[in-house]
Design a protein around this ligand. Structure first.
Ligand code: ADP
Ligand code: MG
Ligand code: MG
Length: 245
């Protein structure tokens, strides 16, 4: 599904990613862990196509297609979903209206008509029920006064609605409270299927108690220095990162 090959990326001529290789197959959950500043967020941003980074070598391939020339929106339309570390507030735009626009934009990019209002409503209710999201939440103004948990709920709701092929969840290094962790984890676990894949980026092991990864990779100074199964996350929790230097 996603192949990252010898990826090098820089910002302002400073190399941050120094040859990343990653192979994610449908149905798999991969976790990227690593100390602060190792390049985790840069990797997610580069996969999502954020333009402030220069890819100097290597490639990102989604279902056989090299994404090099695609803008972030085009990558999103092809099924890459990147959660926001710092979600923006959009006063006056409700959770529902935001997602309606996102869904119809995605359809337009695929040459499809807008989803009829009735079907949209049905889909919204179905996904909200699946994730146990209160209907009242759907008419809240986007991110305005949202708690950490509510921001996460909104993100997971967006993910459920957009049904991405690859969901990249980049968690903030400041950490989430336990309720927010559970919201993310429950959502991911409910949405995971054999047709999609999840890349969870986290500084902390505890999220991986709830989202059990098939593979764990350690990013250190712009390189994947170790890969393993879920037990690697526990080893890192016990030993820290310094032994991998
Ligand atoms: P992580 O998510 O693992 O904490 P980041 O990808 O955010 O790491 O950062 C990796 C390195 O890239 C850090 O040294 C950081 O200072 C640098 N970096 C990230 N974004 C920028 C930027 N916009 N300008 C300059 N340096 C940046
Ligand atoms: Mg950081
Ligand atoms: Mg980060």
């Amino acid at each position: 599904m996603l192949e990252v090959k010898n990826l090098h990326a820089s910002i302002n001529d400073k190399e941050i990613l120094k040859g990343i290789n990653l192979d994610i197959k449908p149905g798999e959950v991969h976790a990227i862990m690593g100390p602060n500043g190792s390049g985790k967020s840069t990797l997610s941003a580069v996969i999502a196509g954020k333009e402030e980074f220069d890819v100097t070598e290597g490639s990102v391939i989604l279902n056989g297609e090299d994404l090099e020339d695609l803008a972030p929106e085009e990558r999103a339309h092809k099924g890459i979903f990147l959660s926001f570390q710092y979600p923006v507030e959009i006063p006056g735009v409700t959770v529902t209206n935001f997602i309606k626009t996102a869904i119809n934009e995605t359809r337009k990019a695929k040459g499809l008509e807008d989803l009829p209002a009735k079907d949209m409503l049905k889909l919204i209710r179905e996904k909200a029920d699946l994730l146990e999201i209160d209907r009242k939440f759907l008419s809240r103004s986007l991110n305005e006064g949202f708690s950490g948990g509510e921001k996460k709920r909104n993100e997971i709701f967006q993910m459920a609605m957009l049904e991405p092929k690859l969901a990249i969840l980049d968690e903030t290094d400041s950490g989430l409270d336990i309720d927010a962790l559970k919201i993310v984890a429950n959502g991911v676990n409910k949405l995971k299927s054999n047709d999609n894949a999840v890349l969870v980026i986290t500084h902390y092991q505890r999220l991986l108690d709830y989202i059990v990864p098939d593979f764990v990779h350690v990013l250190y100074n712009g390189k994947i220095v170790k890969s393993g199964g879920k037990e690697l996350a526990l080893e890192l929790e016990a030993k820290g990162y310094d032994w991998l230097k």
